[in-house]
Design a protein around this ligand. Structure first.
Ligand code: ZN
Length: 203
């Protein structure tokens, strides 16, 4: 696979990798060789923010090799200052050209936010998802019933799109890089029932 050289090519590499994953046509892996090639330096071309869910192994679902992507995983793929710091490092001090926020269907953290779960530190975490719950209720009045899987997935999709907005608002550094065309910031949703990723890059 030739190395992508623009943000658009990186996004395409993610789309192609997921296509191979869904088709069961993964690249042949040589982990020992990949370790040898990356032990002295790394040049990942993207950073992904995704959920801790055990069913969403990021490198695998995009058919990526060791050293190709930075990975941030937090329940509900929420954005905070530390997450943004990692993204700023990955793009400005390393080689990432794509910032991808990927949620997934049937997400437990999203369900927790919808159900107003209160437990230890989880309370504060699900608070960060509640704007997406409110948006789903206010702007999708004719949409799916709260409590249904469809509603959970609608909130999940709105949550990643809000995360992209937050990244642009809360990190002027990333916003400026995107405006210059040096990076792309993009949202996506992974379907745990079929392995397919839907990208929201045209919105
Ligand atoms: Zn999740």
């Amino acid at each position: 696979m030739p190395r992508p050289t623009t943000p658009e090519e990186v996004l395409q590499a993610f789309k192609d990798g997921n296509q191979r994953f869904v088709e069961g046509n993964l690249q042949r892996r040589e982990f020992i060789k990949e370790i040898e090639e990356t032990c002295n330096e790394q040049h990942p071309f993207a950073i992904v923010l995704s959920c801790i869910d055990s069913r969403v192994p990021v490198e695998t679902v995009f058919d990526m090799r060791i050293g190709e992507l930075f990975s941030t995983r937090l329940a509900g793929n929420v954005v905070n200052g530390d997450v943004l710091g990692g993204m700023e490092f990955a793009t400005n001090f390393s080689d990432a050209m794509l910032v991808l926020v990927m949620g997934h269907t049937k997400c437990g953290a999203i369900k927790g936010a919808i159900g107003n779960v209160e437990y230890g530190n989880l309370t504060g975490l699900v608070e960060k998802i509640k704007p997406a719950v409110e948006l789903a209720k206010s702007e999708h009045k004719d949409g799916p019933e709260p409590g249904s899987n469809e509603f959970t997935d609608l909130v999940g999709a709105l949550n990643v799109q809000l995360a992209v907005k937050q990244i642009r608002e809360q990190s002027p550094e990333l916003r400026k890089m995107e405006e210059k065309g040096d990076i792309m910031i993009c949202a996506a949703m992974y379907d745990i029932s079929n392995g397919k990723v839907t990208f929201y890059d045209r919105e």
